[in-house]
Design a protein around this ligand. Structure first.
Ligand code: C2E
Ligand code: SIN
Ligand code: SIN
Ligand code: FE
Ligand code: FE
Length: 403
């Protein structure tokens, strides 16, 4: 690898890049990876904002966004990362042009693009917010196969006083090199996600009409609840980043043990008999068996969630400790207590084969009522605190929607 900077590659630059790449390669989950990629590429360039689009067939799907000026450090702003915007891969937009041509684009002021250019800057975001985009750097995420998996768009490089300045050629080269490694890491994360989804499909979503939407929703809600919990408990950022990454992927598997439940029970249109419910109650144990020989940390977390996600805070859940006595309160791992909140909410607010969707008010009332009984009361309080984010997650992954 060579890093040809305008003023020559310094050892510092190289070390920075290498240590960053080392970190990227430890991230398992796609979403956490996009978060890191954007964070790192923004810090290299002092960019105020940025977003990542991932390729989805012939379109680019808006997949991640950060904006220091608009979002600051408010977790509620996480709702913006669950947007569903898509743009065509053609020469009309900046990101589309870069995805189509596979070439970086540097523009000093997006409001001064010469009339002859094939692309135009989409001002809608600036118009609905108070933000003023000026300089922009858009780089393709190209993997070893020369295939564009997406684009990184960085906005407003800032000088020492926080004023937007143009992105330099040196930055462009650096980010292009970084983007190559980022693309490889993204492909790896996509592969792991595909494998996890394959297990999910086998186990829970045997109905072809059912998409991966439910697991994305539960996983995203669980992650957001965790992030807020971690903030309240002053968990160091490095630790919460790592947990967030593992939790997103592990919680997708919470019901993998349903693979052992016959369709006649799982897909029964009506209410289960007590005997049938006894069979259902095996699914946490089946799931834990699948991951008994976990040899990585995220797999151990998946094991823990599968086994414990139906324990109740008051000790009336299942499968319980040896002898069948339910685990209680903090005996239940935090990960499983979080997934329980996300799972119950998602089961109620959406339609299931065995029940209609409940009205939101009824769901809220139920969750409040179950705080301290079925569910950890602190986590229910957090759920209500971050409710705008939870709703954005529901909107992104409707039952019949995109996965
Ligand atoms: P699930 O559909 O993912 O539901 C997860 C949890 O959400 C349930 O765990 C329960 O705590 C809550 N929940 C879901 N629907 C309702 C509801 O209508 N009323 C109330 N009060 N709570 C609800 P639970 O009960 O341990 O069930 C575990 C799994 O067993 C469910 O996962 C579902 O796959 C299956 N199941 C439960 N009840 C029925 C049923 O009556 N018919 C069918 N076909 N399956 C059921
Ligand atoms: C995510 O990891 O949830 C973002 C990518 C997507 O929209 O599928
Ligand atoms: C689930 O979403 O938990 C199972 C599928 C269904 O009940 O429709
Ligand atoms: Fe379950
Ligand atoms: Fe579930």
């Amino acid at each position: 690898m060579t890093y040809r900077f305008k003023h020559g590659a310094t050892a510092d630059n190289l070390n920075l890049l290498l240590s960053t790449l080392e970190r990227l390669h430890h991230i398992k989950d796609l979403h956490s990876l996009l978060d890191s990629i954007l964070q790192e590429s923004r810090s290299f360039t002092q960019a105020d904002a940025g977003s990542i689009y991932l390729r989805n067939g012939l379109t680019l799907r808006f997949s991640y966004v950060q904006n220091d000026t608009l979002f600051r450090n408010d977790l509620l702003c996480n709702k913006y990362i669950y947007s569903n915007q898509e743009i065509d891969i053609d020469e009309k937009s900046l990101a589309g042009w870069v995805a189509k041509t596979g070439t970086p684009l540097v523009i000093d002021d997006v409001y001064e693009i010469p009339p002859g250019a094939p692309y135009t800057f989409n001002r809608s975001f600036d118009e609905i917010s108070t933000y003023r985009t000026k300089s922009i750097l858009v780089v393709p995420l190209k993997s070893s196969l020369e295939e564009v998996v997406g684009v990184i768009q960085l906005i407003n490089a800032l000088d020492g006083e926080g004023k937007p300045i143009p992105f330099t050629e040196e930055m462009t080269l650096f980010i292009a090199q970084f983007a190559f490694h980022a693309a490889v890491a993204i492909e790896r994360a996509l592969t792991l996600r595909d494998q996890v989804l394959r297990i999910v499909k086998l186990s829970e979503l045997r109905d072809p009409e059912e998409t991966a939407a439910h697991v994305y929703r539960v996983s995203s809600c669980a992650t957001e609840i965790y992030l807020s919990w971690a903030e309240r408990h002053s968990v160091p950022r490095a630790e919460s980043d790592k947990m967030k990454d593992m939790l997103r992927i592990a919680s997708m598997l919470h019901d993998a043990g349903k693979v052992g439940i016959p369709d006649s029970i799982l897909r029964k249109k009506g209410k289960l008999t007590p005997e049938e419910f006894e069979v259902i109650k095996q699914h946490p144990v089946f799931g834990a068996k699948l991951f008994e020989n976990a040899n990585s940390e995220w797999e151990r977390l998946a094991w823990e969630i599968m086994l414990n996600h139906h324990e109740h805070w008051d000790g009336n859940g299942y499968p319980g400790k040896e002898g069948g006595v339910g685990k209680k309160g903090n005996e239940i791992p935090l990960s499983a207590r979080i997934v329980a909140v996300a799972d119950v909410y998602d089961a109620l607010i959406n339609k299931r084969v065995y029940k209609d969707a409940w009205e939101e008010e009824k769901v809220f009332h139920y969750l409040r009522q179950e705080a301290g009984k079925h569910l950890d009361p602190e986590l229910v309080a957090i759920f209500f605190d971050i409710h705008p984010v939870i709703r954005a997650i529901q909107d992104k992954w409707q039952a019949e929607g995109t996965a």
